[in-house]
Design a binder for this molecule. Structure first.
Ligand code: C5P
Length: 403
């Protein structure tokens, strides 16, 4: 069974969609999971604890004070030894609590005290969902690596039509199974560079490249979810660190080079996603360069930065190296030429100006066998596909070495 041996905690908060969680509980238990139900007081107005106890086969917990728990600390006791906590339905109020870390009842306390992944399945009126406060809170949950599933669009219990319906029980169930999929990169140590580097001109100015860091961070997250130990070296990036990833921040290309070389020993796979500034200003002014009437702009002289990817690929025993290339045209020719020039087994090319800062991306893989375009996808789904592609190639190399 797909969920054999899995220990899940299913939390219900106040909303008419509580009826869907009755069906979800059945699906999960039938797939082999042990499901511990916890409800907020408001949830008990929509569905009875008796129903949820009967379906889960276990007592339901509601209060943060409960003598049935030996040490009377249900928020610790219930949040430990779980494979995942799922909040379904999650009300706007509960999402707001999670976003701020507020914990004034058992379910919010054990969510904050957890040491396992948290999945949140929103359910609310469409106006409540669209409310900027809710949207801010949901963005915060995602930034905190809480998995948000849904909501769906359609007819709501209140009679209005819009976005805010809780996902159907089967969809939530499928998402929970996906969480436990095989870890393709388990045991692999991966070093990833992401984001843009920045080269100062003077204390207030500098040059940089266009890069949000989204693709590199998505890859770090996907690799960590696939079981790898991921070390992420980030340039100028305003993104939260993915779950279980070790992050180091740098500014200049030279600092990124130094950080990579300091971390490279023992690394199995190096993925250079960073948009590294090719040149730096030869003489950085230690005071702000001033405009003066009638004077021409100051001349800037550049020197070349080290090529981090090519340097790693040229090490005596290099890790499996993956490069990225953002081209503005002729991707087919430029991608393969760059792969050969940097001497890496795999290069992932895209048309940069089409994807900068966006959530979607469309890439072509270049390797010894030729080029393979991948269909357009959001960066996180694409990252999962790329992790699969990299895992296949690394495993192939490993078997080749064994042979
Ligand atoms: O030459 P170009 O910048 O297009 O190459 C892109 C690839 O090389 C990316 O993987 C990028 O992270 C890496 N790179 C690097 N060091 C540089 C320039 C690029 O590691 N100085």
């Amino acid at each position: 069974m797909d969920l054999s041996g899995k220990q899940l905690l299913l939390g219900l908060t106040g909303g008419i969609a509580c009826y869907k969680s009755a069906e979800l509980t059945r699906l999960l238990t039938q797939a082999g999971a042990t499901v511990q139900i916890t409800m907020t007081e408001a949830a008990t107005k929509f569905i009875t604890p008796v129903t949820m106890q009967a379906l889960s086969g276990r007592p339901v917990y509601i209060s943060q004070f409960d003598a049935r728990i030996d040490n009377n600390m249900p928020h610790i006791d219930l949040s430990r030894c779980k494979d995942a906590i799922v909040i379904a339905p999650a009300s706007a109020d509960f999402i707001a609590k999670l976003a701020t870390g507020l914990c004034d009842d058992l379910l919010s306390m054990l969510s904050v005290a957890r040491d396992c992944p948290l999945l949140v399945v929103p359910a609310m009126n469409c106006q409540m969902w669209q409310n900027p406060a809710t949207q801010r809170n949901v963005a915060q949950l995602r930034a905190d690596d809480i998995i948000v599933l849904g909501p769906d669009t359609g007819l709501q219990a209140c009679g209005e039509i819009g976005n805010g319906r809780m996902l159907e029980p089967k969809a939530v169930y499928e998402a929970i199974i996906a969480l436990f999929q095989p870890k393709k990169l388990v045991g692999q140590r991966i070093l990833i560079t992401a984001g843009a580097t920045f080269e100062p001109i003077d204390p207030v100015r500098g040059i940089t490249n266009r890069s949000s860091g989204k693709m590199g961070f998505a890859l770090a997250r996907a690799a960590a979810q696939a079981g790898a130990r991921v070390h992420l070296i980030a340039g100028l990036v305003g993104l939260a660190t993915p779950w279980s990833v070790t992050r180091e921040n740098v500014q200049t290309a030279q600092q990124m080079y130094d950080a990579v070389m300091a971390a490279i020993a023992g690394i199995d796979i190096f993925i250079g996603v960073a948009a590294v500034t090719d040149w730096r200003v030869a003489q950085v002014s230690d005071h702000k360069l001033k405009k003066a009437a009638g004077q021409p702009p100051p001349p800037l002289h550049f020197v070349e930065n080290p090529d981090i990817l090519a340097s790693v690929a040229a090490l005596p025993t290099p890790p499996y190296c993956v490069g990225f290339a953002a081209e503005s045209g002729e991707l087919g020719i430029n991608g393969e030429a760059k792969r050969r020039r940097k001497n890496v087994p795999l290069l992932i090319g895209n048309l940069g100006p089409k994807t900068f800062g966006k959530d979607g991306n469309e890439v072509i893989l270049f390797d010894e066998a030729g080029s393979t375009p991948l269909p357009r996808a959001d960066k996180q789904s694409l990252a999962r596909t790329l992790v699969d592609e990299i895992a296949q190639r690394v495993l192939g190399n490993f078997l080749y070495k064994l042979g």
